[in-house]
Every structure is written in C-alpha cells, then in structure tokens.
Design a binder for this molecule. Structure first.
Ligand SMILES: [Zn+2]
Ligand SMILES: [Zn+2]
Length: 402
C-alpha cells in the first residue's frame, strides 16, 4: 500500500481553496466510543482509504481503547458514511452528534492518527474503574437538576470556557484536563456528597472525569450526555431554554459554535464586551485570543504591535524572518492575563512611536536602520500560557478533546 496516498500533504491555504471550490454542502459531526480495537495500524489505513473515498475530512484518533472522531462529511454521503460505520461491529450504531452551526468548512483535510489513548487525559486508567461512570443526563434533566440547585462543573480547559459556559458553573483555571480534574477534586473536597453535574464539549471527557471523581469518593455525580454539542441539538428539537450562555468552543476551523446570543467575555485588547475568538495571524505566534472587530482592524488580526509589524512585512521578508522559528506549534497558546497583554501593547506602541520599529534587526524590514536597542518584539509575547494540547487553527492539532 502506498502510504503517501493515505496522507494529506498539501498546505492549508491550498486546502482551503480546494474546499471553497468544491462547494458541496457538508455536515460536521462527532462521535466517540470506548471499544476494544485490534490491529489498530492496519485498521487506520483501511479506514483512511474508505473515508477518503467518501470525501470525509476531519480529525480522528483511534487506539486500542476506541475511537474519537470529529469529521465533516459531504451531506450527500452521510448515509453512506453511516452505513460504513455500521458495517463494522466496533462502530455499529455509534451515536453521532451533528454540529448546529456549520458553514461546511470545519476541517480542511483528513487526519487519522493512531494514539495510545483517544483523549490525552493524563490519568492512570488502571488506578480506577473507568467503567463506573456518572449518571448520563439529557438536556431537560440537566436543566431541571440545575434549577434544583445541583453544582455544575465545567470539565473543559480554561480557554474553552472563555466565550461560553453554563450559568453559574465552576470554571477550572487549569489548562489541561488532568489539571482541571485535580482542581475540581480540591475545590470540592468538602462537598463529596453534593449533587455534581459535569459537562464538556461532547461528553467524552466526562466519562473519565465522573469515573475518577467517584473513585475519589464523590457519591452523587452525573454528566451531560453528548456534551454541549448535543445539548444544543436537544434545545432546538425540544424547544428548551438554554442554561448554557454564549458560544461553544470547538476544535476545528470554526473555533466556536453559537448556542445563545449572550456575550460572556470581553475583548482582551480593549475590554469591550465581545466573544469573537481568533488566533493571532502572525504564524510564529498564532496565539488564541478574544478580539473585537475594531481591534482586529487596528492590530491587523494580530495580538500585538510586534506581531502586526511582522505580519505586515513583504512576504519574502516575513519568510526570511521565520527561518528557524517554529510556525507549526502543536501547542495552543492563549492569553491568560489580558491585563498583561494590554500593558504590553501600550509599551510596544510607545517604543514603536519612539523607534519606528519593534524589530529593528530585520533585514529589509521597516525598521532596518532603527536602533538595535529595541528587541522586545523578538521575544515571545508575555502574558501567554502554553496549553499543551491543540492548536485550534486548522494546523497540526494534536489532542482533540470532546
Ligand atoms: Zn477590542
Ligand atoms: Zn501574536
């Protein structure tokens, strides 16, 4: 088998163009299943060929413990894709969750990876019973239990909670799943008998989180079945009121899916009410931030004046500057300290006014002749945090959670 044909090697801009040209309606959906899989490498190649022929794009992890998939399927091939899944015993009748807000451009290519685990949870599975999970709740029951006063806990990472979350939910400060679960254990240690409602994007993280918390002595743990994605679908189908406010952060090109019109966040650059989430367009930065339209225009879609300066240089100069710098980071960085970012922007604007450049060392750049004193922009931006999972910008995203 020619393995090169089982991989997509095109650049993102070419892929994006191809998707625009294709012009067929697509449906974004996700599914996961903990199921024993064998000969995973071989299975990976077979699935890749099969799904590629159906025009499936997306990101799928398979491992001996199961499958975790987020895909975009040409809507006309949905039935064929369903049939292909059902034809395999391991995936037969696997419930899938269809995205409510979809422009058909959620994924640019098909990535199918063999992993040790289908979620990078950092937990030692043999230390607790992973099958002893919390009670699965549908949207209606979840809402009712919230009204009855149950405690709601967001099991996502801090940056996923920025632009939307359940009303009054506890939002972990941690930027990894492992960190979040340890934090919850600590914060809730006096309330082990309280009724606890967990939720995450698509439900998969709560499978592990609920089993872990029960193992730690929590007695009344329930979880939102199908996560926020399916909650949104149930709201529509049953005309329920949403207790989730704002947008759902998703791990594809869309970055977010709107659930309600509530805006729960502010622009990290100017502080106005805003929930537009984006990545800094300077490829070596690519930092995730909440940025209003006005600031996007002002900073040329960048996080800071120093990134803007690079981003606005002639392409060849940018290319030379990027040599030896990483632009395909598998880590997501997000602003952890908006106040620090604003301070840095003010400082950079002052330096820029003074010297005409924040990157005076760039050959052929705007500031070529300017003082060598100012190297601030060549340093990694301050006020950032590294989030060692994925890059929600359609680049190499390594650990999708659901
Ligand atoms: Zn702004
Ligand atoms: Zn930047």
């Amino acid at each position: 088998m020619d393995l090169h044909r089982l991989r997509n090697l095109h650049r993102p801009d070419i892929l994006r163009e191809r998707l625009e040209r294709e012009g067929v309606p697509r449906t974004t959906l996700s599914f996961y299943r903990y199921v024993r899989l064998s000969e995973v490498e071989d299975l990976r190649h077979v699935l890749y060929a099969e799904w590629d022929s159906l025009g499936v794009l997306g990101r799928i992890y398979i491992s001996q413990e199961g499958i975790n998939a987020q895909v975009s399927v040409p809507t006309t091939n949905l039935a064929a894709f369903r049939a292909a899944l059902d034809a395999r015993e391991a995936f037969a009748n696997v419930p899938w969750k269809i995205a409510v807000e979809d422009d058909g451009k959620s994924f640019l290519k098909l990535i199918l990876k063999v992993k040790n685990k289908i979620v990078a949870d950092g937990l030692a599975d043999d230390a607790f019973d992973v099958t002893n999970v919390g009670e699965h709740l549908d949207a209606r029951t979840f809402n009712r239990k919230m009204e009855e006063g149950a405690l709601v806990i967001d099991m996502r990472n801090n940056y996923e909670c920025l632009i939307g979350h359940f009303e009054g939910a506890y939002l972990p400060k941690a930027d990894t799943f492992r960190g979040a679960i340890e934090e919850v254990k600590e914060v809730m240690k006096e309330k082990k008998n309280a009724e606890v409602l967990l939720y995450c994007t698509g439900g998969i993280r709560c499978e592990k989180a609920s089993a872990y918390l029960k193992h730690e002595g929590f007695t009344n743990v329930a979880q939102l079945h199908g996560g926020i994605i399916d909650y949104a679908r149930q709201l529509k189908a049953e005309g329920l009121r949403s207790k989730y406010l704002g947008q759902n952060f998703v791990f594809d090109e869309r970055l977010a899916e709107r659930i309600t019109d509530d805006v729960v966040s502010t622009c990290m650059q100017c502080g106005t009410s805003c929930d537009r989430i984006t990545n800094c367009h300077e490829a070596t930065c690519n930092m995730l931030l909440v940025q209003c339209e006005a600031c996007a225009a002002k900073y040329a879609d960048c996080c800071s004046p120093s990134c803007r300066e690079i981003h606005l240089l002639p392409v060849e100069v940018q290319r030379a500057w990027r040599k030896g710098r990483s632009t395909r980071s598998t880590k997501t960085k997000a602003v952890s300290d908006p106040e620090g970012l604003r301070r840095r922007i003010r400082e950079e604007e002052e330096l820029l006014a003074l010297n005409g450049s924040l990157h005076p060392s760039i050959p052929g750049g705007i500031g070529e002749s300017a003082s060598d004193l100012v190297r601030a922009g060549d340093l990694p931006p301050s006020g950032l945090m590294d989030i060692s999972n994925q890059n929600p910008n359609g680049r190499d995203i390594s650990h999708p959670h659901q």
